[in-house]
Design a protein around this ligand. Sequence first.
Ligand SMILES: Cc1cc2nc3c(=O)[nH]c(=O)nc-3n(C[C@H](O)[C@H](O)[C@H](O)COP(=O)(O)OP(=O)(O)OC[C@H]3O[C@@H](n4cnc5c(N)ncnc54)[C@H](O)[C@@H]3O)c2cc1C
Length: 405
Amino acid sequence: MKIGIIGGGASGLLAAIVSKSKNNEVIIFERNNFCGKKILATGNGRCNYWNQDQNLLHYHSTNNELIRNIVNDNVDKKVLEFFDRLGIVPKIKNGYYYPFSNQASTIKNALITEVERLGIKVLNNFLVKNITINDNGFTVSSQDENITVDKLIIATGSYASPKTGSDGMGYNFLEKFDHTIIKPLPSLVQLKTKGNFLKMWSGVRAEAKVSLYEDDRFVREEIGELQLTNYGISGICVFNLSNYVARGLDNNKREEIVINFMPFINDDKLTWFINQTNLTNKNIKELLLSVLNEKIVEVILKESRLNSNKLFNEVNVNEQNILINYCTNFKLEVIGTNSFDEAQVCGGGVSLEEIDLSTMESKIIKNLYVTGELLDITGDCGGYNLGIAWRTGIIAGISIRGNND
Ligand SMILES: Cc1cc2nc3c(=O)[nH]c(=O)nc-3n(C[C@H](O)[C@H](O)[C@H](O)COP(=O)(O)OP(=O)(O)OC[C@H]3O[C@@H](n4cnc5c(N)ncnc54)[C@H](O)[C@@H]3O)c2cc1C
């Protein structure tokens, strides 16, 4: 049996290694001149490849109820055993797994070494342009070569970060085979917002609570390091909201971010906090400067239009409330996300309903498999997306390999 895998990324490499047996030939078609290019970019070059906290709430799909078919103890155990066997020693920080070396290349190199050891054929610089189905299986074609295989795994990734090789071609292949593609949108990405003060706070990083409201309905909140930029906001806490924002904006919903710049205290307790401390002896500007970054203070003073020279206990209750509101409920209207170039992943993809999630085989085309980010399942920041790639690669690999030795 000949197995073809289009895409030598995270999910394709795992599918190749796991599906290989003595009785089959496995070929990886990779457009880059080496496999695993995106893995090198993950986790800021450190590859956050797993997370101890596998709560299903970290995963998102149009069919949320199907996620547990992929994310469950049985499959998770197989992923961790796989990396153990590969000799990867994890460095676990707050539940986030990195290779002990702190280098993404450790993961990429270990996978490629295993591919070579198993005798898997890797065709680098092979850009698949077309796939046809015929009596002998699937013919995979580049500009000048046609190779026919019995079973085919499409593992070409999404539109995210096209410079690493994934430019969304897989969606076209699968659409041609009558698969439903939930519109792919940038995810784990920065948000563009309204505000004529953005240049004033650009470059600031602040601990904050960031809440998302869609058409005035609360969606989700995150606490973490918020990065303020000249186009809007960034940071992991923002990335984790971006999946909802992109989908909402695409459906013409109003997306609003509310920032609490003082997450250490509830807004209803802030007056009490200010009165308890000696902050009431200071004027409003001095008071804010005791707690917040000075660029944020400038923005709050500009937007609230309060007289910054007045002492806190000299301003009336209405003005106190305005001040507290700007510190703890700073509203930003979102107008867009950054592009696929900046996005770490894509929301949307091949509908999970059309894939047998116990094998990753298409329910529409026999012997065709789909893995990784191409699927309509996205994770939060924190090792969850590689987690999906590893799991789906392993599920497809085990199913194809069967009991062959
Ligand atoms: C900057 C950045 C940082 C990230 N950090 C993390 C992190 O720390 N933790 C985490 O869990 N996730 C992270 N991710 C997400 C994670 O890398 C992806 O979800 C994961 O790599 C997806 O795996 P995949 O196998 O589906 O696709 P990919 O890894 O994208 O692999 C697809 C492969 O297919 C090849 N290909 C595409 N089209 C063709 C074609 N027509 N012919 C031949 N070959 C083709 C591509 O060249 C590529 O090698 C990050 C992503 C980015 C961009």
